[in-house]
Design a binder for this molecule. Structure first.
Ligand code: SAM
Length: 247
């Protein structure tokens, strides 16, 4: 294990993985999480990938939080899945998930060219071959035959309001697929607003999980939306429309 002062790998983290997610990364996966941190830190000053640079906070808010959203899959999934991370930024939550599920294929989508260029270099350095990156807007890519209705899971964190995220994510799903919206706070009012939007998109709100992060005890939520019938072809609307006029 590394003796780097900026290590995110401490023995107690393995205990936390076990206690909170009933799972632990192996040595190779841990080293890859460390490499993500090292590489992001190295470019962050000019690329502005994250404001979270302190090792424990990075581990909790980027690595642990990414995997908390797929907790139920960590111990149950053996078959390969097609997963897309929409608005991935520095690779969250998609990259830790790709490292954790090497038998699945993960698409990292972002509209910022510099971020995708960085991710391509990082993926090459990590030597993982189950990740592809795409530069583009989800409103465009979600209409393309190659990507529309082809994914089992769509992940989206910190990209917009919940109904905007739903409009970005659901068109990518096969019927029966799951969108996972990573949220901070979540209120009953937001819930009332989201329900009709999800229904228009062919989905249903399956569950909402509230949890506490293990180091800073912050409250977070994950929303799980199931696609029940194919998303109508009019969605997603044109570039910028979902954000300007949320459903
Ligand atoms: N998901 C990452 C995370 O949680 O750390 C990054 C979040 S960052 C605040 C939002 C990212 O979404 C940016 O990198 C931005 O370029 C991307 N983005 C925003 N709207 C998008 C869209 N319509 N299609 C694709 N990417 C988008």
């Amino acid at each position: 294990m590394t003796s780097n002062l900026n290590t995110i790998l401490l023995p107690e983290k393995q205990e936390i993985w076990q206690e909170t997610l009933n799972w632990q990364p192996d040595e190779t996966q841990q080293q890859m999480f460390q490499s993500i941190y090292d590489e992001i830190l190295a470019v962050n000053r000019h690329l502005n990938l994250t404001r979270i640079t302190e090792p424990d906070e990075f581990w909790e808010k980027h690595i642990w939080d990414s995997l908390r959203g797929v907790r139920s899959l960590l111990t149950s999934v053996n078959s390969p899945l097609r997963i897309i991370d929409i608005g991935t930024g520095g690779g969250f939550p998609g990259l830790p998930i790709a490292i954790t599920f090497p038998q699945s294929s993960v698409t990292l989508l972002d509209s910022t060219c510099k971020k995708i260029t960085f991710l391509d270099q990082l993926i090459a350095k990590l030597g993982i071959n189950n990740v592809e990156s795409i530069m583009g807007r989800s409103e465009d890519i979600g209409r393309q035959k190659k990507y529309r209705q082809t994914y089992d899971i769509a992940l989206i964190r910190a990209v917009g309001s919940a109904s905007v995220c739903a409009e970005y994510a659901l068109p990518f799903l096969k019927v029966g697929g799951l969108a996972i919206l990573y949220r901070g706070n979540w209120t009953d009012e937001e819930m009332e607003g989201l329900k009709p939007a999800v229904e228009q998109l062919g989905g249903a709100i399956e569950s909402i999980e509230q949890f506490t992060t293990p180091l800073s005890n912050s409250i977070r939520h994950c929303l799980y939306l199931r696609l029940i019938s194919p998303t109508p072809v009019k969605f997603p609307r044109g570039v910028g429309v979902p954000a300007q006029h949320p459903l």
